[in-house]
Ligand binder design. Sequence first.
Ligand code: DGY
Length: 323
Amino acid sequence: MSRPKVIVTRRWHPDVEAVLTERYDTQLNQDDHPMSVSELQDALRSADAVLPTVSDRVDAEVLGADNIRARILGSNGVGFNHIDLDAAKAAGLTVTNTPEVLTDCTADLAMTLLLTVARRAGEGERHLRNGEWTGWRPTHMMGTSVTGKTLGLIGMGRIARAVAARAAHGFNMKIIFHDPYPPKAEDIADLNATQCASPEEVFAQADFVSLHCPGGKDTYHLISTAALAAMKPSAFLINSARGDVIDEAALVQALANGEIAGAGLDVFEKEPAISADLVAMENVVLLPHLGSATMETRKAMGMRVVENIDAFFAGETPRDKLV
Ligand code: DGY
């Protein structure tokens, strides 16, 4: 029997590409270029499985291609707002993602953003590398203490809880959160976390607001001008979730007016395009969507996709089936 044809839209961890090549008739994206709409459509027409990543827009236009051969989209990432699930279902496609394996890695990155912006570490490094440092002095680059402060989480899923555990146990932070679908009591038992009835309650109390909700229409611009005005002027905003949760123009305005103290951002509204205003600000930390970017995690994510498509082609329900 011939092996299923698999198209991988970007370069993946080499060990995962090796496994895919061994098990399937695999087509890799050798030069790692972002695929256009017509390339994605051709992939859907010519392969049994297409393996996209969170930077491929698999929308209704892509999925509206005629003569689709593919039966599964094995997406490499936990977020799935880049895929139109309704259109995928209508096109007869199963869609899977990669939860769990990137939880700790992304939580580590959220803490990196929080610490870096609060302690002015990015700014300090630029200062030193630019040859501007003239020596220690009591008033030099005073940042904001993290230990003992209040961390407000918007969304209390796996990644938020992993951030809360680091903050509570490592930095003695007080944890507050809002989630329309709150976790079970036993899942937050060791966090001493207080549930807030609304995001506004979190905004008003938190010294650090960290976003952990999915992207998409339900959370689009949740961080608006009003939300930013509701935060303390001394507070910091951390985003390792999705760029479109923040109204970036409103954030630039709030930072420029001193309505909040700073921001740590790993994701952006129009990424990879970054607002020139943000780039010019010293009180923001900007990272290129590195949440899950470790060798170990990227391998685990890829292997989770392999597990999902293996199950699918064996006639089983993949563990991470979304539709
Ligand atoms: C995801 O998996 O959704 C991340 O944004 C990429 O690490």
